[in-house]
Design a protein around this ligand. Structure first.
Ligand SMILES: [Zn+2]
Length: 121
């Protein structure tokens, strides 16, 4: 089954000739009048979706990496806070567990998004 028949939703993709965004329902580009065959549409839509998946995956990977950095910072501060409290040298940095949790949350959000992006067809 071709990608064009998979679902009824109208997909958009850049015209191979002029790069303007056109709909998969059109048989020719409404801007430059280039005829668009089903093969061209399929290839263009697949390329577009692959690109979207790549961007989506990258976006979530960045969130995951930032989350990892935040987790390390939070855990480091938390460690220092615990040492401070036990040694009596300083106070507990109240934000450190929250920063750690935010970091872990971002890592999970990023990983889930990456898995979804890879699985999506
Ligand atoms: Zn065009």
């Amino acid at each position: 089954m071709s990608i064009l028949e998979q679902n009824d939703e109208i997909k958009v993709f850049p015209c191979p000739a002029c790069r303007k965004t056109i709909s998969s329902k059109a048989s020719r580009c409404k801007y430059c009048e280039t005829p668009i065959s089903d093969d061209v549409k399929t290839a263009a839509i697949e390329a577009e979706e692959q690109e979207n998946r790549r961007i989506d995956s990258e976006f979530h990977r960045n969130i995951m990496l930032i989350g990892t950095a935040i987790t390390f910072v939070g855990a480091g501060l938390l460690g220092v806070s615990i040492v401070n409290v036990y040694s009596g040298r300083g106070g507990f940095f109240i934000w450190s567990p929250i920063i750690t949790l935010v970091g872990i949350g971002q890592v999970i959000y990023g990983l889930v998004g990456m898995r979804k992006a890879k699985r999506r067809k």
